[in-house]
Design a protein around this ligand. Structure first.
Ligand SMILES: C/C(=C\C[C@@]12O[C@]1(C)C(=O)c1ccccc1C2=O)CCC[C@H](C)CCC[C@H](C)CCCC(C)C
Length: 167
């Protein structure tokens, strides 16, 4: 058993690294969501627009981003207040993750974990739509699934470290 002071120090070190990793991953999420929103708006403005993530007939992000599922997750009533692009939900979500990563409070980290879990679950649903309904490979979408998987792992680790520190 290490001296308590040393143990607290190494926990603080690991937490700092975890916070940095959570922020870096979330910023990647903001970047990918913003690029997706850019593609979505560009295709709406000119249907001829060809995005970098349009690699083929079955590997097309613009087809996915202009589908009926691209706003309000395809669940919100069309034309309602919440019928905004999924990408905008993504940008808000990842900004919230950056904000919450700046706190070292166990209760807040639990809130953050719950939010990240909601995002992972919505990604499972979106991945199902992508592969089994739209039959498409959308690279920016797949990237956000990976970002969310990494994010929840990091937040889970941070939650465990904080719980350890408390006792
Ligand atoms: C680019 C992005 C997601 C990709 C995509 O959604 C896109 C663009 C889309 O049009 C689409 C169409 C058809 C099938 C799949 C897809 C997608 O794959 C960003 C969301 C990221 C994240 C999954 C959002 C999570 C929002 C939660 C609602 C957060 C809740 C948290 C609150 C409790 C605070």
């Amino acid at each position: 058993m290490r001296a308590p002071a040393l143990k607290n120090f190494s926990i603080a070190m690991k937490m700092k690294d975890l916070d940095r990793a959570i922020i870096a991953t979330s910023i990647l999420g903001v970047v990918v969501s913003t690029y997706s929103l850019h593609v979505e708006m560009s295709v709406a403005a000119e249907p001829e627009y060809k995005a970098y993530c349009d690699l083929g007939e079955k590997v097309s992000c613009s087809k996915v981003l202009t589908s009926e599922y691209a706003t309000g997750f395809g669940l919100v009533a069309k034309g309602s207040l919440w019928d905004i692009p999924n990408c905008i939900y993504g940008i808000f979500f990842y900004c919230l993750m950056v904000l919450l990563a700046t706190y070292d409070d166990l209760r807040l980290v639990r809130v953050q974990f719950a939010a990240a879990l909601t995002a992972v679950l919505s990604c499972v649903y979106l991945a199902y739509l992508l592969l089994f309904v739209l039959h498409d490979l959308c690279i920016v979408c797949l990237t956000t699934y990976i970002v969310n998987a990494v994010l929840i792992t990091l937040i889970y680790k941070k939650m465990n470290y904080l719980a350890k520190k408390q006792c």
